[in-house]
Design a binder for this molecule. Structure first.
Ligand code: FES
Ligand code: FE2
Length: 339
């Protein structure tokens, strides 16, 4: 479990005033709620009275109220009212619930699960397009390896095969020639871009353009986010257009990974926003289902004597990703052992 990070708890538009959502992130059951004045709070999903789920309760004013005996907690997790106590009785000091730091950025609500002193090093990934473009999103619980999920979006060679019936033509093809990935790698991230052969159908070509190549950008931020960014240049009377897919992922428990896919777009079907939304939702649901079938079919990642991947020369991108991943996981495990 890689804890010293900001993780995406939910989207801003999912959490209305007075609403409660529950989540499980790295084994921690949490409750996220928005008070009547709009304040967002993330607490452990456990009432300190009898250890039942706080998420079974409801929001009352600026408090979350446990549904069992009505104890009320403020947004820092401190118990503010116990209805069964006489007004001159004191609320016990121990009556408080673990509280997590929370921020709202890029239309998403993020919570920090790690050590306080490591917080300045943790960054929310730059999902900048979500601040200005429309988006659709969906959540998927995957029974499989976090590492495999982490790479699945930008793995360059899988698109031709896994997505051969869905977005292969839109995204373009890769033939024998190894692409130049224009790769740039830092301590905790990688990014780059390369060209895929435009094999769009005639209808897609009329809309997306006749250029020989489709420009594909990608990025990965250890340990929880990746990006795929397709750029379609201006063509006929159409302006340049863009489609960006983000994936955010985290360990739910030892066997399950949450994969959140977000698709955002610019100037695609802009005269019919409803159609654009429907189109993007259809595409994203289809491609994520295609991916999950393969991600869940790998049963060896959990095995102590697991089979190693057999990487070959054209797997350059996978190789660089694996190096970055293993190095950071090792450092994380070392720190956890020292604690
Ligand atoms: S269990 Fe929550 S108030 Fe009693
Ligand atoms: Fe995929």
């Amino acid at each position: 479990m890689i804890k010293n990070q900001w993780y995406l708890v939910c989207f801003n538009n999912e959490l209305k005033k007075g609403q409660i959502l529950r989540r499980k992130i790295m084994g921690q059951e949490i409750v996220v709620f928005r008070t009547e004045s709009g304040k967002i709070s993330v607490l452990e999903d456990r009432c300190c009275h009898r250890n039942v789920h706080l998420s079974l309760g409801y929001v009352k004013g600026e408090h979350i109220k446990c549904g069992y005996h009505g104890w009320e907690f403020d947004s820092t997790g401190k118990c503010a009212r116990i209805p069964s106590l006489k007004s001159d009785d004191n609320i016990p000091k121990a009556a408080c619930i673990k509280h997590y730091d929370v921020i709202l950025k890029h239309q998403c609500i993020w919570a920090y699960f790690g050590d306080e002193e490591k917080k300045p090093e943790a960054e929310v990934p730059p999902f900048n397009e979500l601040d200005k473009w429309p988006m659709v999103y969906n959540y998927h619980l995957v029974k499989g390896s976090l590492k495999l999920v982490a790479e699945s979006l930008f793995d360059s060679h899988h698109i031709n095969h896994v997505h051969r019936k869905s977005i292969k033509t839109l995204m373009g093809n890769l033939h024998n020639e190894p692409p130049d990935y224009h790769l740039s790698v830092t301590e905790k991230s990688l990014n780059g871009w390369y060209l895929r052969d435009n094999e769009n159908s005639i209808l897609e070509k009329i809309y997306f353009g006749f250029k020989d190549k489709v420009e594909t950008h990608f990025a990965f931020w250890f340990p929880h986010s990746s990006k795929l960014d397709l750029r379609f240049p201006a063509h006929l009377t159409m302006p340049s257009r863009q489609m960006v897919i983000y994936e955010h992922f985290y360990q739910v428990d030892e066997d399950h990974v949450m994969m959140i896919q977000i698709t955002s777009w610019h100037k695609i079907f802009e005269y019919n926003p409803w159609f654009a939304k429907w189109f993007m939702l259809q595409k994203s649901m289809r491609i994520v289902e295609e991916d999950i079938a393969f991600l869940e079919s790998n049963k060896y990642w959990h095995d102590k004597k697991r089979l190693n991947d057999l990487l070959i020369k054209p797997d350059e991108l996978t190789f660089e990703f694996t190096r970055l991943w293993n190095k950071n996981v090792k450092e994380n495990d070392k720190k956890t052992d020292q604690e």
